[in-house]
Design a protein around this ligand. Structure first.
Ligand code: FES
Length: 354
């Protein structure tokens, strides 16, 4: 594989480790990160890892497996990526991004971001935390299930589980081996890791993914919706089993009703069908609109409502924020037949990072 680095070939490992000897600054104040390394991490080269550091080499805020970073791209768009490096490395954040044809964020990262460039960021935050003690305070067996680029949050979990001496296993699925990132890193875990690809093995069943669902098990899944659905069906109704998952796609809209939005006072009036979000409709007109999780928990898509009543469906805005007119347009909706007038400004600015 060809790596594209800020530092000289052969110096990468040293460069990643040497900041431990540098004076430590208080972490948490950085608003920008500098890209210090990028390299393909799948055989088909469609997945690239990006390693960031503090611009002055300072210590970064700590994180725990399952955490993600909100990254502000050069265009000002914000996107959310799981951290997949080593949580014990206080000087670097690593993400990995699959190039999605037509995907504005991934194309921009792949084609424009080069070592030495700076990006804004927010986080890390964790909506998918690994628990090694489980909800009962005991140590469950851990079953990790990853589909394709869904390996990114799972990679750190595997590392933490192994270091802790936990009883864990991973099944890693995808269309074909060339599309799967980080196979080299996972090879070191031996037969705890099963790689299964659709071209050779066919689509996995629930039994393949979770062979032994019982009350001693905690399942962590990240991957495409179809994979989550198979695992969810497999573990449903198993008393005591822990089921943790992270979705790639927005959840389906339940009990949606059509309404209209006006994107900015005097802006275009858009119809929001029952089965679509405000965000998805607005993004067709305004591709620069900011969003990240698309699931109502990161607040990246927050806008101010200028007129109309909101049906809030998020999990983060408190009563005061709702009362002052904040709305998360990836999940929350207007009332049937009503028009919501939204302030288009805040959702397009990149200066909310920090
Ligand atoms: S994009 Fe994360 S809350 Fe809307």
């Amino acid at each position: 594989m060809v790596a594209d680095k800020l530092i000289a070939p052969g110096a990468r490992i040293l460069a990643l480790l040497s900041p431990r000897g540098m004076p430590r600054e208080t972490y948490g104040h950085a608003r920008e990160l500098v890209l210090v390394d990028r390299e393909p991490v799948a055989a088909d080269a469609d997945v690239v890892s990006f390693v960031f550091a503090h611009p002055r080499g300072a210590v970064l805020r700590t994180w725990w497996p399952g955490a993600h970073l909100d990254v502000v791209l050069p265009s000002g768009r914000m996107r959310q990526y799981s951290l997949c490096g080593d949580p014990d490395d206080p000087f670097h954040y690593r993400i990995a991004v699959r190039r999605i044809p037509g995907g504005s964020g991934s194309i921009e990262l792949h084609e424009e971001l080069r070592p030495g460039m700076r990006v804004g960021f927010r986080g890390p935050r964790n909506a998918f935390p690994l628990s090694l003690t489980g909800h009962l305070g005991t140590s469950p067996r851990l079953r990790f299930v990853a589909g394709g680029i869904g390996i990114t949050p799972i990679l750190g979990m595997v590392r933490a589980a192994d270091r802790a001496g936990a009883d864990w296993s991973l099944i890693y699925t995808g269309r074909h081996r060339d599309s799967l990132p980080f196979l080299d890193e996972l090879a070191g875990y031996g037969d705890r890791v099963t790689v299964r690809t659709d071209d050779i093995d066919g689509l996995p069943t629930g039994e393949d993914l979770v062979p032994q669902p019982d009350s001693e098990l905690a399942v962590y899944v990240c991957g495409p919706p179809a994979l989550l659905d198979v695992v969810a069906a497999r573990v449903a109704h198993v008393p005591g089993l822990e089921f943790h998952h992270e979705r790639f796609a927005p959840p389906p809209i339940v009990d949606g009703q059509p309404f209209t939005v006006q994107w900015g006072g005097g802006g275009p009036v858009l119809e929001v069908p029952a089965d679509r979000s405000v965000l998805s409709v607005v993004a067709e007109t305004d591709p620069a609109v900011s969003y990240s999780c698309r699931q109502g928990f990161c607040a990246t898509c927050k806008v101010r409502v200028l007129a109309g009543t909101v049906e809030h469906r998020d999990t983060v805005l408190d009563a005061a924020q709702r009362a002052q007119g904040d709305m998360l347009i990836c999940v929350s909706r207007g009332l049937p037949g009503q028009r919501l007038v939204l302030d288009a400004g805040p959702a397009r600015r990149a200066d909310t990072v920090g």
